[in-house]
Ligand binder design. Structure first.
Ligand code: AMP
Length: 259
């Protein structure tokens, strides 16, 4: 039997908004497998990579991440915008599609979301991607608006009690960011990454106390974020008690919108 691969007919620029542990990483992996035109950037993975490599940014971010707080907007914006440039999705040569895209990306801050244009940054009209974990605050969203026109924001919703009960079963392969859950997405060999065979670890910020701190932060900052994308008319709320419940709803929403 041949499985048809859905093709995106227009560029999809998707963000996933959801409480810590709701399964944004898992959904991202499944979306990448389903829609080969998509790529992804995870702000949490980028930060953890910097921590792992002991970069100056990583050293600065480490204690903030461990405390369950958000790293400063300027830090995350620099990280994300340089990743967008690195991937070739932002450049000075693309013709912008649906945004004026005339802003520079250097050192944005919450007060001044994007600085005055020097070398105009433009989004590649063909770039289709998922941003996982970014933006997390309204000010980050406003900065992103000036760089990249997001055209689909998905709010993933699972009851906090359900998330908390499965967080203990979450294992990650740090170098790749691959996420496993011993209940519903177990590695083929217990404790080992399916692709590399390397050992899996648990995230230090997945302890119950830190999770509550991260959850409260999410509740505090996500209201304005969700309202922002609702106002733009590109928000979809997808609920489910498990990743397996959410995935088909998410696929359907994307297919209806982009295929
Ligand atoms: P995540 O893997 O998305 O749960 O992110 C792990 C941690 O990285 C968060 O608890 C924050 O400390 C930090 N982080 C990730 N994304 C952002 C963001 N967009 N803004 C600020 N901090 C972030």
């Amino acid at each position: 039997m041949t499985v048809s691969i859905p093709r995106l007919k227009r560029a999809a620029r998707i963000i996933l908004i959801g409480a810590p542990g709701v399964g944004k990483g898992t959904q991202t992996e499944r979306l990448l497998a389903r829609f080969p035109q998509l790529a992804s950037i995870s702000s949490g993975d980028l930060l953890r990579e910097n921590v792992r490599l002991r970069t100056p940014l990583g050293i600065q971010a480490e204690t903030i991440i461990q405390s369950g707080n958000l790293v400063p907007d300027s830090m995350i914006l620099d990280l994300i915008s340089s990743e967008l440039w690195k991937r070739g999705w932002l450049s000075t040569s693309h013709r912008s599609s649906s945004t004026d895209g005339t802003k520079s990306n250097s050192s944005p801050s919450p007060q001044n979301p994007v600085p005055a244009p020097q070398s105009p940054a433009k989004i590649s009209p063909d770039a289709s991607f998922i941003l996982d974990g970014f933006p997390r605050t309204l000010s980050q969203a406003l900065s992103l608006d000036s760089l990249v026109p997001i055209n689909f924001a998905v709010h993933l919703v699972t009851p906090p009690s359900v998330i908390l009960s499965r967080i203990a079963k979450r294992w990650v392969h740090e170098p790749s960011g691959r996420v496993y859950n011993t209940d519903f997405n177990a590695p083929k060999v217990p404790g080992r990454d399916d692709v590399t065979g390397e050992p899996l670890t648990q995230r230090s910020d997945d302890s119950t106390g830190t999770w509550y701190q991260r959850y409260h932060k999410f509740e505090e900052t996500s209201r304005d974020l969700v309202a922002h994308y609702a106002d733009k008319g590109c928000l979809s709320r997808i609920e489910g008690n498990s990743s397996d419940e959410i995935t088909p709803r998410l696929f359907k929403a994307i297919e209806e919108r982009f295929c």
